[in-house]
Write a protein that binds this ligand. Sequence first.
Ligand SMILES: C[S@@+](CC[C@H](N)C(=O)[O-])C[C@H]1O[C@@H](n2cnc3c(N)ncnc32)[C@H](O)[C@@H]1O
Length: 426
Amino acid sequence: MTAAASLPIRHPPLSRALAAAARAVAEVLAGRTPEAALAAAADEVRPAARDLAFNALRDFGRGDFLLARLLSRPLKDQKARALLLTALSRLERRPEEAHTLVDQAVEAAARPFKGLTNAVLRNFQRRRAELVAAADADEVASFRHPRWWLDLLRVAYPDHWQEIAAAGNGHPPMTLRLNARCRLASADFLARLAETGAAGRALDETAILLDCPMPVERIPGFREGCVSVQDWGAQQAVRLLAAQDGMRVLDACAAPGGKAAHLLERHDLELTALEADERRARRIDENLVRLGLAAQVITGDARRPANWWDGRPFARILADVPCSASGVARRHPDIKWLRRAADVAAFAQTQAAILDALWPLLVPGGKMLYCTCSVFPAENGEQVRAFVARHPDARRLPTGGELPELQLLPTALHDGFYYALLEKCP
Ligand SMILES: C[S@@+](CC[C@H](N)C(=O)[O-])C[C@H]1O[C@@H](n2cnc3c(N)ncnc32)[C@H](O)[C@@H]1O
């Protein structure tokens, strides 16, 4: 054995990960994305900091409830408050680590807040049973979603709104999509995966659900463009759109290009990928290059076709519109706390404007697939019913079985997605 091999692995102290996580939580609560907020963390602490920060954000409604009972007055310093939120989340999730955690949180606190951090966390430990019981009896603290969000879920899903909220607090599955052009059978891919020490199972011909998430650079075939990461719910778009070789297709809200790439892996298409955000549009190009695929990528607003459309109609349109992302809250725990109830109505208005603007671009007999990653009816069924009422030449087609819509709720297999297929009467 070499000297290097015999050295014990040294993990950076938990206090550094806690400090980095707390900084990120404070920034996210001020409006930054978690990715941008965590970019400042040192490489060796980032994975642990990410885990701590994401859990603190998942648990924010509960942490906020507990802090209101543990502090005699609101704490103005947002970093000190974020450290307490992060530590409380960890204390509840890992009670067996309480002693170390409190020491490390005090170490992580800025000098003026060391005493307060120690007092609040030890107080929580002392009053744990009473505080946990109170939090469990409070809806926002126990379901860890804002009240308006829970109210929307309860009205839409009276029998299982609690399960949807619980799924929104869980850890998301990691699912891969095998590039059909690589002709890699799922059994062969699973064998190559096993060689790396990882495991998964095939959900269909090209979807592989991993037993545990893993870094993309370790996924066999990723670098070569034979494998991509894409939730199984998102993978349903291509099947439902049912494009055929040679068709002219518009992906109207395309970045980062997951569904556009999936379409091109399956069919030879003349694909236009439209995206309003120029920076995000560049990600479509990057993804297509990695996969060896080609499309016409345009930066433009789907509500204003006059600015980018060449006048030739499309046989298929995918409208994967901007939405509340309420079906993928477990991947983006910040959105639960940064969105407001009014945002849902604002998204619904934009979605209606996009649908109305795209409809004239569809050839008679053509199909448009409307898609969101939301579970709120205002963005889904209500949106599509209103659209059909405004457009007498629109007919709803089944999306599996007899149903005219597919509402996937977040589960261990996929995220929350909504699909409705619309045909333009010739
Ligand atoms: C749900 S994401 C699309 C995901 C993409 N289809 C995929 O599978 O990778 C919605 C995208 O629409 C873009 N967007 C928002 N408003 C838009 C508009 N008015 N016109 C075109 N794109 C828009 C957003 O920037 C975002 O990238």
